[in-house]
Design a protein around this ligand. Structure first.
Ligand code: NCD
Ligand code: ZN
Length: 351
């Protein structure tokens, strides 16, 4: 194609939804995010979960101690909401700058969510406090009712849980995480102008649909939650992400699992995209003819929602091609497989 730019410079992006894990896995995966992202919202679904200030301090220290020398990457910590969360601890953590947000997992909705909230009614006092202090609630938006088809769980959550929640807490600031449906896109657009709704979109949900999970056989490395939906939903997500609208922003949901935990009779949910995160998004934006909106999605809309300044430094992407890294060793026993491993993407981050 003609008139294609060869280089693209943007403010350094941030990842507003990231799983870094702990121990050897953290050591293995952290350098990838630290290389391209300025900050990341770090998910608290460890075992045991990061439920209070003390655990968040310990986890944050572990992350910072494992950063590559000279890295400016900043982890933004989240608290895992349970039926027993103490509103005073959250408020103290928020005011001290330790907690950026609170994560709501409906119980058993996804990986390590056994301690999640059993009913919104149980956390009303916490939500009231968060609303009063302007602390964002990040939501894994799926119902857990096994009678609801897995492909419908997000849309049903929006109707049954999210809509009443926004009505009952009219000032609460909410991020609908890893949107996967056209219904989510419509909902976010309706509520976005209020300024209190944000929405992250992963790179993989912009690239795969539910048929991809079964292309030529079952592909456990494409299984994540919320599960990828029909093609029409992928197309709606691509239009939303590339639109430049301020309520949509980058959140990879990069979620590494050992290969053995994916390739098994009951494999874990999670797709590991961190090694090529910005390159994957750049590919999608380029395909949609929307590279001009990549900076808004990746580097500006997220900070605006979180009331933080955008990063001052910049990254440069070059249209010279990038091969997604191969299998990554974790500790000599376990390894993780990056999404699109070995494949060529058009854009590369210039170091
Ligand atoms: C995440 C994980 O592995 O921690 N898995 C996933 O499929 N996205 C949990 C989550 O964010 O749902
Ligand atoms: Zn996640």
């Amino acid at each position: 194609m003609t008139d294609q730019p060869l280089r693209l410079t943007l403010r350094r992006p941030d990842d507003w939804h990231l799983h870094l894990r702990t121990g050897a896995m953290l050591k293995a995966v952290l350098p990838f995010s630290a290389r391209q992202m300025g900050r990341a919202i770090v998910m608290p679904n460890l075992v045991p979960p990061v439920t209070d200030m003390a655990r968040a301090e310990t986890y944050r220290r572990e992350i910072v101690e494992n950063l590559p020398a000279g890295s400016g990457f900043r982890p933004l910590m989240t608290a895992y909401l349970t039926d027993h969360t103490d509103p005073d601890d959250l408020e103290r953590g928020f005011r001290a700058g330790l907690f950026t947000a609170v994560k709501l997992y409906p119980q058993h909705a996804t990986t390590n969510s056994a301690h999640g909230v059993t009913s919104i009614a149980h956390v009303h006092p916490v939500l009231e406090r968060m609303q009063a202090i302007g602390m964002p609630l990040l939501i894994h938006g799926e119902v857990t009712d096994q009678d609801v088809d897995i492909f419908d769980r997000e849309a049903v959550f929006i109707d049954r849980v999210l809509t009443p929640l926004l009505r009952n807490f009219p000032e609460l600031r909410v991020v609908l995480e890893h949107a996967t449906t056209e219904e989510a896109v419509v909902f976010v657009r309706q509520n976005g102008p209020s300024g209190r709704i944000g929405c992250t979109i992963t790179a993989h949900h912009l690239m795969i649909n539910r048929s991809s999970i079964f292309a030529g056989g079952i592909r456990p490395h494409l299984y994540c939650l919320p599960i990828a939906k029909r093609e029409k939903h992928r197309l709606a997500l691509r239009r939303a992400a590339t639109s430049g609208e301020p309520w949509f922003f980058l959140g990879t949901d990069s979620a590494p699992h050992p290969i053995g935990a994916k390739e098994t009779a009951c494999g874990c949910a999670g797709i590991f995209t961190a090694p090529s995160a910005i390159e994957l998004y750049a590919q999608v934006f380029d395909e949609e003819g929307a590279l001009a909106n990549l900076e808004a999605f990746a580097s500006l809309n997220g900070p605006a929602f979180y009331r933080l300044p955008p990063n001052e430094d910049r990254i440069t992407l070059e249209r010279s091609g990038h091969i997604v890294p191969d299998v990554l060793d974790v500790d000599g026993k376990d390894a993780v497989l990056p999404f699109r491993s070995g494949e060529r993407l058009d854009w590369r981050v210039v170091d």
